[in-house]
Design a protein around this ligand. Structure first.
Ligand code: GLA
Length: 393
């Protein structure tokens, strides 16, 4: 059964009618370009084959009802809430994510109530954007019920990037996580067999062909099972530091600092801000170098850039943690060409670029390193660039 089928079946059972439609959105990994999005910089994510599906039908009373199908087969219900009364802070827990989307769409004139049923297989809390997948699927569902689709021809059809910005607003202002545009854009705009090269400032993007298997390689994801959160201060503190540095330097964002001017630029900053700036500026440069290598069909040469990204996130940006470092080091020791943490950090997942023949060596090495430190067993899977969000039926 696909996640869409599971969402549809649970919808029928709980609401005693068929859904009007089913929409779904994927989780993502970011190949490179971490903590650059809110600095107006560059990112290079691709979508995972794991998705969150939302079965939906309209309601006449302006109320949003959300149920979510757990892995145990039980449905958890959020308290039904009138969309007209949604305000930041009024909806606790996981239901804040779908409610925030309804809240932001209300400001776009989309006010109709809906019954929603959520089912998915994006690992939660793994730094693979399960919450963004949920938000993007809910956004497409509520838009779809209002007769709007990002793929529609009508002049009123919102673009995928517009929807990504709405979803970001719901997350920033309703859920209270000061995140950037990376995850929503990845979930909405990625396509199969490609990574999405996005210039966050201009909104310009390019689908860059990414076929690891053709190069005899794979991108292995290590979900460390160390939990993380972007509402608890560490993420916001880094972001505030970047904004303060840009202000001192008199530039709109750290994107405007050239890597060739880094040494002189750092000298103009207080010591505590220098590592943050060094990370962002060098990371933007690594994204551009990675894209150049992919354009030159040299996927096998991007490994050192991935590893340099990890070192920078660990030592300068200081958002790694024991589990992520153990995963990266163990993968490298077993022959990975490069490895790095992905997402916001403080837990979640790492990726490793691995020759196909070394898959089981890397896996064994990672399991052994975790066992040696008595860390819970991580979950490993191979990530293949998959399609972005859309209507399933
Ligand atoms: C989280 C945020 C993104 C981005 C990454 C770090 O995933 O949601 O906006 O800032 O962290 O690159």
């Amino acid at each position: 059964m696909t996640t869409a089928d599971r969402a549809a079946a649970a919808f029928q059972q709980v609401y005693d009618r068929a859904p009007t439609g089913i929409w779904s959105a994927p989780g993502r990994v970011n190949l490179i370009g971490e903590h650059t999005d809110y600095n107006d910089g560059f990112v290079l994510p691709f979508a995972l084959p794991y998705r969150i599906a939302v079965a939906a039908a309209p309601r006449e009373d302006g109320v949003l009802a959300v149920g979510t199908l757990g892995v145990d087969g039980n449905v958890q219900h959020a308290d039904p809430f009138p969309i007209a009364d949604l305000e930041p802070g009024v909806v606790p827990g996981w239901a804040a994510y779908p409610s925030g989307v309804a809240w932001v769409l209300r400001s776009q004139g989309i006010t109709g109530g809906a019954d929603l049923m959520v089912a998915g297989d994006v690992p939660a809390g793994a730094g693979l954007s399960s919450s963004h997948a949920l938000e993007c699927a809910v956004a497409l569902a509520l838009l779809g019920l209002a007769g709007l689709s990002p793929d529609g021809d009508e002049a009123s059809s919102p673009t995928r990037q517009e929807i990504a910005r709405w979803v970001q607003r719901s997350e920033n202002d309703f859920v209270g996580a000061p995140t950037g545009l990376l995850d929503q854009t990845a979930s909405l705009c990625c396509v199969e067999a490609h990574a999405l090269f996005l210039d966050v400032r201009s909104g310009k993007s390019e689908q860059v062909h990414f076929d690891a298997a053709a190069a005899g390689l794979e991108v292995l994801v290590v979900d460390t099972r160390a939990s993380h959160s972007h509402t608890d201060g560490g993420y916001g503190a880094r972001r505030a530091g970047c904004e303060r540095a840009a202000e001192i330097l008199g530039v709109p964002a750290l994107r405007d600092v050239e890597v060739t001017e880094l040494t002189e630029t750092l000298a103009r900053l207080p010591e505590d801000l220098r590592p943050l700036v060094r990370h962002v500026v060098t990371e933007n440069d690594r994204v551009l170098q990675t894209v150049d290598l992919l354009h030159a069909n040299r996927l096998g040469d991007i490994g050192p850039l991935l590893s340099a990204s990890h070192a920078s996130l660990r030592d300068d940006y200081r958002v790694s943690c024991l589990e992520l470092d153990v995963a990266v080091d163990a993968a490298m020791a077993a022959g990975a060409l490069g490895a790095r943490m992905v997402g916001g950090g403080f837990g979640g997942s790492a990726i490793a670029l691995v020759p196909v023949g070394l898959h089981s060596d890397v896996e064994k090495s990672v399991f052994a390193a975790f066992a040696e430190r008595s860390l819970p067993k991580p979950r490993l899977f191979t990530a293949v660039p998959s399609k972005g969000a859309g209507q399933d039926r």
